[in-house]
Design a protein. Sequence first.
Length: 295
Amino acid sequence: MDWDKLRTFHAVAEAGSFTRAGELLGLSQSAVSRQISGLEDKLAVSLFHRHARGLLLTEQGELLFKTTQDVFAKINTAQAMLTDSKETPRGEFTLTTTVALGSNWLVPRLKEFLDLYPDIHLSLRLDDRDLDLAMREADAAIRFHAPEQPQLIQRKLFQVQYHVYASPEYIEEHGAPETLEDLDQHKIIVYGDGTPRYLRDVNWLAGVGRPGNKPREAALRVNNIYGVRRAIEAGIGIGAIPDYLVIERHKLIRVLPELEAPKFDTFFVYPEEMRNSKRINVFRDFIVQKGREWS
């Protein structure tokens, strides 16, 4: 199989259209189409279902795409290792973490890292789902759980503590709960559907102090922890949010301060083959230090 045609196929499969793939490859739509047609003729199979709304992989296309994903992941790894053979940490580095932690805790600390290592070109991918590090969707991750895959290396960073907050406007209108039983008379904001398995205790506030932990009816469910904070700020109700979301000069009022809340560990995670990457190592050391300073 022709390498250029495979590269084009991989780009089309990822982009879902000839036009988008052409933009990424610097080719015209017609050139991309010819490459794919030539590959299909060579293999004597159809790789895509062509629809007005875009392209869908056929069963044979899915098989080939899984193979090209593996090939390109290995190529990216080799490129990264070759780059890291130089003395100065340099090159592309993609880091992923959750939207809330990345936006509120990580981003304000990145200027110092980028000043220290100007030859590292950092890309931050904020996503509440776990990106596949083995398939090189990112080079490393900061996660709220230890990795389950044996080929991933982990380094514990810090613990995240949750506390209960309400807005001044809510307290003025409804008062502040003094006991756990008082929560039954208040509006509760919780994390919505699709709670990650590793955050299964994130909605502990709804059930704490209740017989059999039978949860209170929530006034609002939001499937993003940053959205929970915004709802608390808007005076909708009382909610639990992590320390890293409580920014300086915030106007939220902590309620039930004696309440013991769950804690979640964070981990810096990266693939085994990146163990000797200078970019990984310097960022790991940097983020470990920032975690110690913060906690």
